[in-house]
Design a protein around this ligand. Structure first.
Ligand code: ADP
Length: 400
């Protein structure tokens, strides 16, 4: 496929986009942009791949804010797509449910199905689908592709996927799906590029960002993962609780009188690092704070991540490599050290200098487990998956 692809990652409070030029297998980043503060004061930043700033401004958007934003993206990219026409938009979509294990061209029927999955991702799925619908309205001529965060995990071990609840619910699709699949796809590809040997090994990949999860990976495939049917499960996160005793949820309903909406808000927006510290969901704020609750929140985060890394190792009956990625994993030497120090018993020995320098390999030569930092790139995976779907469509049409 030749032309341009727009990759779109729409969250509940931010919207990121990237424009790629595509020539066959070659994907070149042209522009990156981001709308932040969508629930308060929207702010837009756009840069060329070289770092040259194109826009950095507060926006005055009103009721149809998201539609305005998306129209602006099209205005911004016009001069960059003159020689390489825009061919498609690739959307990051949280949940593909049981039906989609690969990216898919969006049409009404696909959208209807994706709507039914909103309860399995009440924070992200509506924001993702809202953008899809608006793009279809603004540019009905343009193919739109959904790329799913669940797809990477579609073949996880049956014992990891099934919840021990009555079969009739499991049969209806209440199971573990797992998320951050675009990030794990990228890491699996990188591991493969770095060395075939490494890719075949048992790796635990730690995607530690505002949303945090782990993936137990072997031969480039997911074996187990910490998030569950929804992205609320697993590790403690910026504002999400991660896994808690289901009995706690029942007690909060029965004893504290919380409604389903209260609970949803509490577990998604008011828990995790923010809930425990009472200060901030952002790890940098907590690391800079002298408050004891900030230190406690960090300690809990590290404890939760370490415990679950060992549990992912158990799912693979061993572990040969640990990979850190995403905002915290790529940037925070302190957190990596705290986690690695707690994993000494399993065979992790950190090279302190390499860790401080954010080096590619941060384990000491004698470490039984190799520890790496691999910066993730979910957007390029979006662009590649989108181009593949479009390319296959063209191939199919040409053959027909
Ligand atoms: P998202 O899930 O929103 O994509 P990111 O992957 O961008 O999140 O990660 C955001 C998290 O990374 C925040 O908690 C932020 O504090 C943390 N982070 C980013 N840079 C650093 C840094 N240099 N040191 C410590 N934490 C960092």
């Amino acid at each position: 496929m030749n032309g341009s692809i727009l990759a779109l990652n729409a969250g509940s409070s931010s919207l990121k986009f990237r424009l790629y030029e595509v020539h066959g297998e070659q994907f070149t980043l042209i522009l990156r942009g981001q709308f932040d503060g969508l629930n308060a004061t929207p702010h837009l930043t756009v840069k060329e791949a070289s770092g040259k700033e194109i826009a950095d401004l507060d926006l005055e958007l009103e009721d149809n804010m998201r539609e305005d934003m998306l129209s602006r993206i099209f205005e911004i990219i016009v001069p960059y797509t003159v020689n390489n026409p825009l061919r498609a938009v690739g959307h990051r979509v949280l949940h593909g449910g049981e039906r989609f294990s690969a990216p898919v061209l969006l049409d009404d029927a696909v959208l209807d199905y994706l709507e039914t999955l909103v309860p399995m991702g009440p924070l992200h799925q509506p924001a993702n689908l809202a953008s899809v619908k608006l793009f279809r309205k603004i540019r009905p001529d343009l193919p739109q592709v959904a790329c799913f965060d669940t797809a990477f995990h579609v073949n996880i071990d049956e014992r990891a996927a099934r919840y021990p609840i009555p079969r009739r619910y499991g049969d209806k699709g209440y199971r573990r799906f797992g998320f951050h699949g675009l990030s794990y796809t990228y890491i699996a590809e990188r591991l493969h590029q770095i060395s075939d040997y490494l890719a075949r090994k048992r790796s635990v990949v730690a995607h530690l960002g505002n949303g945090s999860s782990l993936c137990a990976m072997r031969n480039g495939k997911a074996v187990d993962t910490t998030m569950g049917m929804t992205p609320l499960g697993g590790l403690m996160m910026g504002t999400r609780s991660g896994t808690v005793d289901p009995g706690l949820v029942l007690a909060l309903i029965e004893t504290e009188g919380l409604s389903p909406a209260d609970l949803k808000h509490m577990l998604y927006y008011d828990s995790g690092l923010l809930g425990v510290s009472g200060i901030s969901p952002d790890l940098r704020d907590l690391l800079a704070s002298d408050e004891p609750y900030a230190a406690q929140a960090i300690a809990l985060y590290v404890f939760s991540a370490t415990r679950e890394i060992a549990s992912m190792a158990a799912s693979m009956e061993g572990m040969d490599a640990l990979v850190f990625t995403a905002g915290i994993g790529e940037n925070s030497a302190v957190i990596r050290k705290m986690i690695c120090d707690r994993l000494a018993w399993i065979g992790v020995t950190l090279d302190e200098e390499a860790n401080q320098a954010n080096a590619a390999i941060i384990s000491a030569p004698e470490s039984r487990i190799e520890v790496r930092i691999i910066p993730t790139d979910e957007e390029v995976v979006l662009a590649k998956q989108t181009a593949k779907v479009i390319g296959e469509g063209e191939h199919g049409e040409a053959a027909a």
